[in-house]
Design a protein around this ligand. Structure first.
Ligand code: ZN
Length: 392
């Protein structure tokens, strides 16, 4: 027997992301039908009822940078990370992902990434992908970034394209600009974001080319989503300038001194510092870089192996923004919900409101994960994953 079409979520404190207090939420299938203070189940229909008193309900997290079919490989074939599984996504409080390739655009393909995204969508979450990989010219399905965006529903932009990194193809400003123009027009003709997700490395050139490409405004700063901007102090300072001039600052939650990146600015501190420097909250987003490879260090800082980055760092950093950095919860949550939905042009995502997709991440008062609903389906209950992927 299938689940009831209606679900009533009762009594949670709702960050929509605006704090709208304690509300009941009625779900009809995959969408939010109504929000109100004392809703009752529709008479005459089967309705699942969840008592969520003591929980904080937020829009489901949107993770705009995940290596769905794995990443890495920089240490040889044995260091290629495996594909992600459903429970790793939902168990991190994430309900929407944007998949990308990375360093390896030779043995990994955009078509495989597309198939993986479709598989995860069938398993219950919402998925999109970027066409391309680190290198420029970048691999695509149809032969062009522009055509991929226009013709393939799940492709909403290009990425992750490497810049200021020894693993990039060392393209010129003109080559990056050409790619951005293709993505931009592709996005316009298909009502998509058409953004270029930029992997920013530790190279000394930093964001110089991005400033140059966007200097005359023909390609706006918002056409790019530079990410990993908290990976070192110099890059982070440039990112503050970029964001104050209208660009988006994407912080990587998986890049942190605690996870082995000694030079990194801790993500929660990066958000606090950006706000203190005058960056508008609307310009800040955060993604995980999840499921890519991550060097593992011993206590002395020696590399002792390679691990797989987790998306769990997103919720951990949101918790630290609220609990340690003093950022108001209704502001912190925007960084992984409504801001991302706006930048990526995902009209039914990122907000708790009637008509939006029924994607929710619920935490307790200490911001520990309690429940997840994705497109109306209960995926995590009382902190435990209850829906698993096909091969889990
Ligand atoms: Zn990257």
């Amino acid at each position: 027997m299938s689940d009831p079409f209606f679900t009533l979520l009762r009594g949670a404190e709702v960050l929509a992301p605006k704090n709208i207090g304690r509300q009941d939420i009625l779900l009809a299938g995959e969408r939010i039908a109504a929000i109100g203070e004392h809703l009752s189940a529709p008479a005459g229909y089967a309705c699942e009822i969840a008592d969520l008193e003591g929980c904080i309900l937020m829009p489901g997290f949107i993770d705009s940078h995940v290596h769905l079919i794995g990443g890495g490989g920089e240490g040889g074939y044995a260091t290629r990370t495996p594909e992600i599984v459903l429970s790793k996504v939902t168990g991190s409080g994430v309900t929407t992902v944007v998949g990308c390739l990375g360093t390896d655009g030779t043995t990994r393909h955009v078509a495989s990434l597309l198939a993986k995204a479709r598989g995860l969508e069938a398993e219950g979450i919402s998925t999109y992908i970027y066409t391309g990989a680190y290198q420029v010219p970048t691999p695509t399905i149809t032969g062009s970034v522009r055509d991929d965006i226009i013709l393939i529903d799940k492709i909403i932009g290009s990425g992750e394209i490497a810049m200021a990194d020894h693993r990039s193809a060392q393209p010129s400003c003109a080559e990056y600009r050409k790619l951005a123009a293709e993505a931009r027009v592709g996005g316009m003709l298909s009502s998509k974001a058409g953004v270029v997700d930029m992997h920013m490395g530790d190279g000394s050139d930093g964001m110089r080319m991005l400033f140059e490409i966007t200097a005359n405004g023909e390609i706006p700063k918002t056409q790019f989503i530079p990410t990993h901007l908290n990976r070192n102090e110099k890059l982070f300072e440039e990112a503050i300038l970029w964001a104050k001039e209208g660009g988006i600052m994407d912080i990587t939650s998986g890049v942190s001194p605690a996870s082995g990146s000694a030079k990194a600015v801790k993500p929660s501190a990066a958000a606090r510092r950006a706000l203190a420097a005058g960056v508008e909250i609307t310009q800040i987003t955060m993604s995980s870089d999840g499921n890519g490879s991550m060097p593992v260090f011993d206590a002395q800082g020696n590399t002792i192996g390679v691990g797989v980055a987790s998306q769990a760092s997103m919720l951990e950093e949101i918790r630290d923004m609220v609990k340690k950095e003093g950022i108001a919860p209704d502001q912190a949550v925007r960084i992984v919900t409504s801001n991302v939905a706006r930048v990526l042009k995902l009209p039914r995502k990122g907000q708790v409101a009637a008509g939006m997709d029924a994607d929710f991440t619920l935490v307790d008062e200490d911001f520990r994960l309690r429940h997840v609903w994705a497109r109306g389906q209960h995926m995590v209950a009382d902190g435990q994953v209850i829906v698993r992927g096909t091969f889990e």
